[in-house]
Design a protein around this ligand. Structure first.
Ligand SMILES: COc1cc(/C=C/C(=O)SCCNC(=O)CCNC(=O)[C@H](O)C(C)(C)COP(=O)(O)OP(=O)(O)OC[C@H]2O[C@@H](n3cnc4c(N)ncnc43)[C@H](O)[C@@H]2OP(=O)(O)O)ccc1O
Ligand SMILES: O=C(O)CCC(=O)C(=O)O
Ligand SMILES: [Fe+2]
Length: 361
């Protein structure tokens, strides 16, 4: 049965917050009440709305790279070039079975379709593990305007921990998705590393580039006034690399480094969207770019996406790699403990590219 909220309550911000954030109905629950107007706390300031005139629908597009090209050096070159010029690209023929992608998408719908009592078992207040968190928006306590998105965030510690604490309806599919993507992730990191003079992904580099993994299941329900709000506000990821699976709805936009325009990332069936995160920007001393991106809200379709955030270990100290600065290049970032960096990111609202200033010299 659809959750209820009376007409009078729609107009009261405190009641909406209670229903969406505290009671765990999320924006999916709000959407399913049949709400006709966007509650005030979701109205973004004018400059944060993605209005059509800022969106380049014509000539700019992020590269789509075929990983099955037998000329591996061409694949590596295309990936490194995209990481430097766009910070974003899509990959096709990546070797991850399409069935695995379909299964995790179905599992995402299964989780969000659970009754609120079931999903609420995974809110920060109720979850039996700090590594499993069901929530809404990004950081509701820190945000002036909320985002039209619910999420389940799963930080991987071990198969045993996942078996114990991840929700039954999506655990196996999320684990399989993560495990089956690892080979592709290693390949991407090997290509990116070689271009930085990192000869091999040994234990130290593996721990820096892919020492911890977080899988998020994102749900963007139908929004009554999509032009006034956002699904996700402008941000760069704090990961080393993000692997994103999106469905066929669309809405992800990336800021072009060349023009400053917002460029749509069109859904390509069977593809992954890959982006460089802040940790890789820092370790590459700014050679690879973690680029601002955001997601539009949608007035007619529910949308899901499933990012895998590939990160340093929380306790790792990250800074420009010695391989990068060996030639005398001046470091532009200081060394920071990765968990301090991530904590700084999570404690404020999304603010574009500002997180990386935390590590600037
Ligand atoms: C959710 O919407 C998002 C998410 C993103 C994410 C982009 C990424 O790049 S995620 C990759 C981040 N890297 C890692 O998770 C690996 C390293 N992890 C760690 O170092 C730690 O787990 C930690 C994240 C630092 C948390 O440590 P700890 O201080 O022990 O834990 P907490 O007290 O639970 O958290 C502190 C504070 O952080 C917020 N928070 C924690 N986890 C999440 C989460 N999964 N999603 C959202 N917020 C989270 C939370 O506000 C906590 O404060 P409280 O006030 O709630 O106590 C990009 C865009 C999105 O829209
Ligand atoms: O849903 C998307 O397309 C992107 C989501 C995103 O940027 C994130 O979760 O960090
Ligand atoms: Fe992101």
């Amino acid at each position: 049965m659809a959750p209820t909220l009376s007409t009078a309550q729609f107009g009261d911000p405190a009641q909406v917050t209670e229903f969406v954030v505290n009671k765990g109905n999320g924006v999916k629950g709000l959407s399913e009440t049949g709400i006709k107007a966007l509650p005030d706390q979701y109205i973004q300031p004018f400059e944060e709305r993605l209005i059509n005139k800022f969106v380049n629908e014509t000539d700019e597009a992020i590269p789509v790279i075929d990983m099955s090209n037998p000329d591996e050096s061409r694949v590596a070159e295309a990936i490194c070039d995209a990481a430097e010029k766009w910070g974003f690209f899509q990959v096709i023929n990546h070797g991850v079975p399409l069935e695995v992608l379909d299964n995790v998408k179905a599992a995402t719908h299964r989780f969000f379709n659970l009754p609120v009592e079931e999903k609420s078992k995974f809110t920060k207040e109720n979850s039996l593990s700090t590594n499993v968190r069901f929530g809404t928006s990004f950081s509701p306590r820190a945000e002036k305007a909320l985002e039209w998105k619910d999420y389940l965030s799963l930080f991987f510690v071990s198969e045993a921990e996942a078996t114990q604490f991840w929700p039954d309806v999506c655990r196996n599919e999320a684990l399989e998705y993560m495990n089956k993507s690892k080979k592709m992730v290693r390949k991407l990191l090997e290509y990116l590393g070689k271009n930085l003079n990192v000869k091999e992904l040994d234990e130290t580099k593996e721990s820096l580039f892919m020492g911890s993994i977080r899988v998020n299941l994102n749900y963007y329900p139908i929004c009554p006034n999509p032009d006034l709000t956002v699904g996700v506000g402008r941000h760069s990821d704090v990961s080393a690399l993000t692997i994103l699976l999106q469905d066929q709805i669309g809405g992800l936009h990336v800021r072009s480094l060349a023009s400053g325009n917002w460029v749509h990332v069109p859904p390509v069936p069977g593809s992954f969207v890959i982006n460089i995160g802040d940790a890789m920007q820092i370790m590459s001393n700014g050679r690879y770019k973690s680029v601002e991106h955001r997601v539009l809200a949608n007035g007619s379709n529910n949308r899901i996406s499933v990012p895998i955030f590939v990160n340093p270990k929380p306790e790792s100290v990250i800074g420009p790699l010695p391989e990068v600065t060996a030639n005398g290049e001046e470091p532009i970032y200081r060394n920071v403990v990765y968990s301090d960096y991530v904590r700084y990111f999570f404690k404020k609202a999304h603010d574009g590219k500002k997180t990386v200033d935390f590590a600037k010299i």
